[in-house]
Write a protein of this length. Structure first.
Length: 148
């Protein structure tokens, strides 16, 4: 019984922290991952554009295209970044976003200490922060969990 109360308090604290970050202008992207990811919807194009807004211009892809072989993938997202043609390959997850594409994007970012970090899932939404390792460590000490 006491364990449940502690877990609820921890989740409430996380939500409060997230709201403070979100309304304080922090570099945060918080969306539902059930996002009508379907062939022809260009959901990943929209998502990459949104994610670029929290990176202070570091991740600013252009000419983003989303292509599907069939209605169930494979999916390829191509774009230009720093005069390079790049590609990420999300997994088909029905109409959900594959947030593991952030790992692929992070590998492309060599000119910054910051990375996209995703808070450990607490529902079907994704909370993505643009932070450095020092900030991530401080949040972990505060009790935050991260997806990777």
């Amino acid at each position: 019984m006491e364990f449940h109360k502690d877990e609820r308090n921890k989740k409430d604290s996380l939500h409060a922290d997230l709201k403070v970050l979100e309304y304080g202008g922090a570099n945060i992207w918080w969306k539902d991952t059930e996002a009508d990811v379907l062939k022809g919807n260009a959901t990943y194009v929209k998502t990459l554009k949104e994610l670029s807004t929290i990176s202070n211009g570091v991740f600013s892809p252009s000419n983003i295209t989303e292509s599907w072989k069939t209605d169930e993938g494979p999916i390829e997202i191509t774009f230009q970044l720093n005069n390079k043609n790049l590609k990420i390959v999300p997994k088909y997850l029905e109409d959900y976003l594959d947030m593991n594409v952030l790992k692929q994007i992070n590998k492309m970012l060599s000119n910054t200490d910051n990375r996209y970090e995703m808070v450990a899932a607490f529902d079907q939404s994704a909370v993505v922060l643009w932070i450095n390792s020092e900030t991530k460590a401080a949040l972990i000490r505060r009790g935050w969990g991260f997806a990777w």
